[in-house]
Design a binder for this molecule. Structure first.
Ligand code: PMP
Ligand code: GLN
Length: 380
């Protein structure tokens, strides 16, 4: 049988490759981004109660109304923007799905989408499967900032969307108010839609304020903003998130969503509607994860890796110059010989650009981080 691939140049995601290699070689996994500490016991009990209390059938296709109402309350407190919970929020099976659905909702064949590299690995295949073209722009070394002049040059009548991600995976870079103003100037008087991936909304360090698109109602009018409960509540395996947009865009988003997923896990939404009222759980998250970053950073000083500072997310990148190996080769060698798995950052570039940088996930117990870095001290 002949099948014409819709994604002829796509292989298996680097996260699956490195996690499988970590299991095979019994390595400490600082590759794929997930915490190895326990999530809230209280939240687990709330799911359990919801199931026992009969919340086990389909819930509303846009998400449990009470959860959406409480999300709107949270957003108003955090970002001083009023969101209509009925028309502007849809609960999704994870952030990745929300991104895919937003792209599928708006992209037509031949459209162009501005993507900044390094980019989370689902973005480009998600654009291409919709027949659109990624227009790649490299973030600038050393702090991975957006070269706005280059963005201006690359905008034309085919530009349909600009994708931003702050805090950024894999670099931990965060956007500033200046960036948002540049973005605003560029999209003014155009039909460009913004996709803002904010799954690391609360994982932001060094007292920096998260520049959510939700703070800017004028930009929200033309944006899809994507979130993940998995990141906020240390339960990446739950695969639950949500998307926020304008009334008009959300109406179209739901047309796609209703025939793909239709509705998400009911008992977890019931539990989250209750637990989301605990503000401390998300307000303390930045400091909690920053302590892990600082602990990991200190340990890494004893290794030959050079720090590229992260200000948010689960990740910190490190460069190396002690070997000529490619980042993929060294990531594989570290997993096999030194029993520590990482992610080679070239996987976040469409053309595999190798700047000899590895991404480490520090959202781990201190013991795990110690065990991992001890191994790296003997690195040659
Ligand atoms: N965007 C980025 C930048 C991510 O790192 C991730 C990884 N979790 C996601 C989206 C997807 O989140 P989810 O697991 O909720 O699909
Ligand atoms: N977002 C996680 C990371 O960047 C992994 C998600 C996935 O495995 N697709 O590591």
């Amino acid at each position: 049988m002949h099948l014409q691939s819709k994604l002829p140049n796509v292989g298996t995601t680097i996260f699956t490759i490195m996690s499988s290699l970590a299991v095979e070689h019994n390595a400490v996994n600082l590759g794929q981004g997930f915490p190895d500490f326990l999530m809230s016991d209280e939240l687990i009990s709330l799911v359990n109660s919801a199931m026992k209390n009969g919340f086990n059938q389909y819930i509303h296709m846009n998400g449990l109304p009470l959860l959406r109402e409480r999300l709107a309350e949270k957003i108003e407190k955090l970002y001083q923007t009023k969101i209509n919970s009925e028309t502007q929020i849809t609960v999704t099976p994870g952030g990745t799905y929300a991104i895919y659905t937003a792209l599928t909702t708006v992209l037509q064949k031949g459209d162009e989408v501005i993507v900044f590299e390094p980019a989370y690995d689902s973005y480009i295949p998600n654009i291409e499967i919709n027949g659109a073209k990624p227009i790649l722009i490299s973030l600038q070394h050393p702090n991975y900032s957006i070269p706005w002049d280059e963005v201006k040059q690359k905008i034309n009548s085919k530009t349909r969307m600009i994708m931003i991600n702050s805090p950024h995976n894999p670099t931990g870079a965060v956007l500033s108010e200046h960036d948002i103003n540049e973005l605003r100037k560029i999209v003014a008087d155009t039909n460009i839609i913004i996709l803002s991936d904010e799954v690391y909304e609360h994982l932001i360090f060094d007292n920096i304020q998260h520049q959510s698109i939700l703070r800017y109602p004028d930009l929200l009018e033309r944006s899809f903003v994507c979130f993940s409960f998995g990141k906020t509540y240390h339960c990446t395996g739950w695969k639950l998130g949500y998307c926020i947009s304008s009334v008009e865009l959300m109406k179209e988003f739901r047309k796609v969503h209703q025939f793909n997923c239709f509705t998400c896990d009911t008992p977890k939404q019931v539990a989250l509607a209750e637990y989301i009222q605990n503000e401390e759980a998300y307000l303390s998250l930045g400091n909690f994860i920053q302590q892990k970053r600082d602990f990991f950073r200190e340990l890494m000083k004893a290794t030959p890796f050079k720090l590229i500072p992260s200000h948010g997310s689960y990740f910190e990148c490190y460069s190396y110059d002690f070997t000529d190996e490619t980042d993929k080769d060294i990531a594989i060698r570290l997993t096999k010989e030194y029993k520590i798995a990482t992610i080679p950052v070239s996987a976040f570039y469409k053309d595999g650009i190798d700047n000899k940088v590895l991404r480490f996930c520090f959202a781990k117990k201190e013991d795990t981080l110690k065990k991992a870095v001890e191994k790296l001290m003997h690195l040659k």
